[in-house]
Each structure stands twice: as structure tokens, then as C-alpha cells.
Design a binder for this molecule. Structure first.
Ligand SMILES: *Cc1c(COP(=O)(O)O)cnc(C)c1O
Length: 219
């Protein structure tokens, strides 16, 4: 799909769900994409992107930002504590906070004058999958309290539902949790299920393959 087709489809899904236009923002997931594939999206005026690896983002985005300094980047993949300093300098939003040690590492680096990050989200492992990142639902309140106790700008929740399940109840559950904890941002929905996610209250949808499918891929 073209960028404009995706914008239109998001807008239509908002209308259908009775949500205000502009309630949902597209995060173009540019992981595994070379600069030549990302540039046309920037040229078309889109500025919000998601990457899942710190090293890959560090290779690509300082170059892209020399020309498109107003582009914004979300980290949507797991973060190791030893990459926290670098992540804070690269990403506007970190969506994958999922354990106390990571929060403490963020707190330690937060006053770095080169910090770009202004919002964080907690990733919730709604499917209770052991191999996947994200905090289990039972441990979520503790993590939220820890972020708030340290004054971190926790703004929302993110999830990736189990691959072969109906995503709808997972999105529903994430929306309920966000509301319960008074968190406004909900990052949920990918190429195959973003319409469902919008119906369930997503504020950010993360779309990769539907947008980039024709482009050549990095290994
Ligand atoms: C790759 C990825 C996406 C995009 O997935 P598509 O199915 O390609 O749209 C969204 N979120 C996360 C966390 C990802 O890793």
C-alpha cells in the first residue's frame, strides 16, 4: 500500500470506530529497510518512524536526520541496559520498557544533556509468552509505580499479541489497563491487524510490511 492509502485507511477506521480524525498516528516501521527505501517516505512528508534495534537505528538515522532533522523515531524492539545511553540520544520515544533494571538504567542516564527521549511506554506481554519481551500483567502496577516514583514521563502501553491468535482480546485488555492506570497512549496494531487495533483504541499503529513490501530488504 502507498503511504496515502494507509493514511486514508486509518482515517476511515477512525470514522467507523467513532473516533476523532487524527486520533491515530502512523508509525512507519523502517526496520530492515535501507536508506533508499526510507527516503521516499520522508520525501512524501512522513516524519514518524519505528526501529527495533539500537545499532541499526544508529547506522541509519543520524544520516537521514542531516536532511530531515524533524523526523521522530520510536524504539519498538527490546532494549539492553548497556545500550540505554545510546537509545536516549537516538529515540524520541522508547516503547519497550519492561523491567525494573531498565528503568533504573534510564533514571541514571536521564540528565544526560544529549537526551532526546521525551516519553516512555511500557511493553506488556499480554499473551504471557516466555520468549517475548514485555512485562506480565501481574507485574505491571509495580513497574508503573517505579516509573512514576522516579518522575519518568510514562505515557502509555504497547503490546505485540501472540502471532497466531485473534489479536482483539489482547488489544482490548491493553486498552483497559491503560485506562485503569490513566495512561493516554496505546501503541498496538501492525500491518495485519491495525484496523482491529484502531477499533480497540490504538493511538499509534506500527506498520512495516504493508508500507515497505515492494522495497528491497537488508539482510
Ligand atoms: C516489525 C514490527 C512491526 C511491523 O510489523 P509489520 O507486520 O511488518 O507491519 C510492528 N511492531 C513491532 C514491535 C515490530 O517489531
Amino acid at each position: 500500500m502507498s503511504l496515502n492509502q494507509i493514511y486514508k485507511s486509518i482515517e476511515l477506521a477512525c470514522q467507523t470506530a467513532g473516533r476523532i480524525p487524527g486520533a491515530v498516528t502512523l508509525l512507519a516501521v523502517s526496520k530492515n529497510q535501507p536508506l533508499e527505501a526510507i527516503l521516499p517516505i520522508l520525501e512524501a512528508g512522513h516524519r514518524l518512524f519505528g526501529e527495533n534495534r539500537v545499532q541499526e537505528a544508529a547506522r541509519k538515522w543520524p544520516i537521514l536526520r542531516t536532511q530531515y532533522s524533524d523526523s521522530r523515531l520510536h524504539l519498538i524492539g527490546s532494549l539492553q541496559t548497556n545500550k540505554v545511553r545510546q537509545a536516549l540520544q537516538l529515540f524520541d520515544v522508547i516503547e519497550t520498557i519492561d523491567r525494573p533494571s531498565l528503568i533504573l538504567a534510564l533514571v541514571k542516564e536521564w540528565d544526560n544533556p544529549n537526551r532526546r527521549t521525551s516519553k516512555i511506554l511500557i511493553q506488556v506481554n499480554t499473551g504471557h509468552e516466555p520468549q517475548k519481551g514485555g512485562v506480565f500483567i501481574d507485574d505491571l502496577p509495580t513497574l508503573i509505580d517505579l516509573c512514576r516514583a522516579h518522575g519518568l514521563p510514562l505515557m502509555g502501553l504497547m503490546c505485540i499479541p501472540p502471532a497466531h491468535e485473534d489479536p482483539s482480546p489482547h488489544f482490548q485488555q491493553l486498552a483497559v489497563l491503560a485506562k485503569m492506570h490513566q495512561l493516554p497512549d496505546l501503541s498496538m496494531g501492525m500491518s495485519d491487524d491495525y484496523l482491529v487495533a484502531i477499533a480497540k483504541g490504538a493511538t499509534w499503529v506500527r506498520i512495516g510490511s504493508a508500507l515497505f513490501s515492494k522495497s528491497s530488504r537488508l539482510k
